[in-house]
Design a binder for this molecule. Structure first.
Ligand code: NAP
Length: 484
């Protein structure tokens, strides 16, 4: 019997609309069709951009208190319907219901912080009289919205990473067009539902569902789009940067985050934190733990405890409260991860646990003795695979941590304040956690990477900065104004 699904519409110009072609949205754990969404065409995207031009004017004209009210009402709606939001994330994505519930709570926070930050978009007065001949001038700058933001988002946090673009955009008086990941469009459409219910004026927000390779270029290259805010992989990100032309760019890309565990660390705490950091969302997490550098004196103890804790992980039905880890987003992704692990094993890596695949499920996997020329030693795995490396001291750990092209976040476990500070100073990352894994984030902190991990920062206040530009005002007064 054919699966009966609701058939969602996309949100364009303040209306819910269909298209001739559809995309089937599938639950990765059994590949069942859970819904369909429109596959937008390039013409749909062009219409969407035309409407957003009007939306940008409407958004910029909204007072700060109106912006705050609509964002808070959207947060209220999500709070009132949080089970529906969590269920949707856990159905279309690969998160478990526990992980999805946390994402919904974070999304509510992201929106509330956005509402709050709307009132703090400030400028400064300028002391023009620092330059001789300018004694009769006074003025200031303030920050204005840049216009229309094109937001392109990934599958792994299908609600909160969209909120990280929509919340700041609306708070700062911009219009925004969101193109969510094709495999997880439903959560983004639910976010649009929250803003529609909250009374956001039509045309300020659009969520357009469709394939990146079909409609992405129209958004990325269009001159009316003043900023592309992208979160996703390096390949798509680099392609977008090359095509975007003269517009602002925000790039939140991937990583293969390092964590250093020194001999004075609390091993139990380090194990608990790094296991969680490695296998959260089945390892499909931009700041997930991939490489752990453990000081030789404690590596045997660390390794045994890490493998024991990994083996306790319960893999299975995402909708069950007792499940620790779900599947990867597609079977194809699980096969990609399997191939990467097999390549490392063929080159001499040692498998401590895991390494098995069942459809889209890949078991939590721990490797050691990883040859330097294996792909996973340098590249992002984006799966539930973690690599253990012995190091003789902190300097070696820092050098090896930095020896890749990524630099999003890192962690170090030590009780020695000097060593912690050395790591802070020397590690090439956008954020470093002391006595925690790389997998730590609150939504108000500056978040983003160095090197190939990205350009710019998110975290509401920081995203608002990127989404606004200064406008300078200078009054030329009569020469006698300030003379005594
Ligand atoms: P992806 O394959 O790069 O896709 C991300 C988004 O880009 C999707 O919406 C995709 O659309 C779109 N896209 C692909 N090709 C495009 C094109 N030519 N033009 C315009 N848009 C295009 O990434 P993913 O697999 O969804 O996510 C995993 C990656 O995201 C990992 O590398 C991870 O580390 C990174 N990530 C980074 C952060 C961060 O904040 N730094 C957070 C989360 C994830 P389709 O789905 O239609 O292809």
């Amino acid at each position: 019997m054919a699966t009966q699904v609701a058939g969602r519409k996309m949100f364009l110009a303040g209306e819910w609309v269909n298209s001739d072609r559809i995309i089937e949205v599938r639950d990765p754990q059994d590949n069942s069709i859970i819904d369909t969404v429109p596959a937008a065409s390039a013409e749909d995207m062009l219409k969407c951009i035309e409407a957003a031009k009007e939306g940008a004017k409407i958004a910029a004209a909204m007072s700060v208190h109106e912006r705050m009210e609509v964002i808070n009402k959207a947060a209220d709606y999500i709070e009132a319907n949080k089970e529906k939001y969590a269920r949707t994330i856990a159905q279309e994505g690969s998160k478990t219901i526990r992980e999805a519930t946390k994402e919904v709570a974070r999304c509510i926070q992201t929106l509330r912080i956005s509402g709050e930050e709307a009132r703090r978009i400030h400028g400064e007065t300028i002391p023009f009289d620092q330059m001789p001949g300018n004694e009769n001038r006074v003025g200031y700058y303030y920050r204005v919205p840049i216009g229309i933001i094109g937001a392109i988002t990934p599958f792994n946090d299908p609600l909160n990473l969209v909120a990280h673009k929509v919340g700041p955009a609306i708070a700062s008086g911009n219009a925004i067009i969101v193109k969510p990941a094709t495999v997880t469009p439903l959560s983004a459409l639910l976010l649009a539902e929250a803003f529609a219910k909250a009374g956001l004026p039509p045309k300020v927000l659009a969520v357009i569902t469709g394939y990146g390779h079909e409609i992405g270029d129209v958004l990325v290259t269009h001159p009316a789009i003043r900023m592309i805010s992208f979160t996703g992989g390096i390949e798509a990100g680099e392609g977008i940067v090359r095509k975007a032309g003269l517009k602002k760019i925000g790039m939140e890309l991937g990583s293969n985050s390092p964590v250093i565990v020194l001999e004075d660390a609390d091993v139990e705490e380090a194990v608990e934190s790094t296991v969680s950091g490695a296998f959260w969302a089945a390892g499909q997490n931009c700041l997930g733990v991939q490489r752990i550098y453990v000081q030789e004196d404690i590596i045997n103890q660390f390794e045994a405890a890490f493998v024991k804790r990994t083996n306790q992980y319960k893999i299975g039905d995402k909708q069950s409260e007792s499940t620790d880890m779900g599947p990867l987003i597609t079977e194809k992704e699980a096969i990609r991860v399997e191939n990467l692990v097999n390549e490392a094993l063929q080159k001499g890596a040692v498998l401590l646990t895991g390494g098995t695949r069942n459809g889209a499920f890949y078991s939590p996997t721990v490797l050691k003795n990883i040859p330097e020329d294996s792909t996973i030693a340098k590249e992002e795995i984006f799966g539930p695979v973690v690599l253990l490396f012995p190091v003789s001291n902190l300097d070696e750990a820092i050098e090896k941590s930095n020896g890749v092209n990524y630099g999003l976040q890192a962690g170090i476990f030590t009780k020695n304040i000097d060593k912690a500070h050395k790591a802070i100073a020397k590690m090439d990352v956008g954020g470093i956690m002391i006595n925690d894994s790389s997998d730590y984030r609150i939504d108000a902190m500056p978040f983003g990477g160095m090197k190939n991990s990205g350009l710019g920062r998110e975290g509401i206040k920081f995203a608002i900065h990127e989404m606004t530009e200064p406008k300078l005002v200078c009054y030329k007064l009569s020469n006698s104004t300030f003379s005594s």
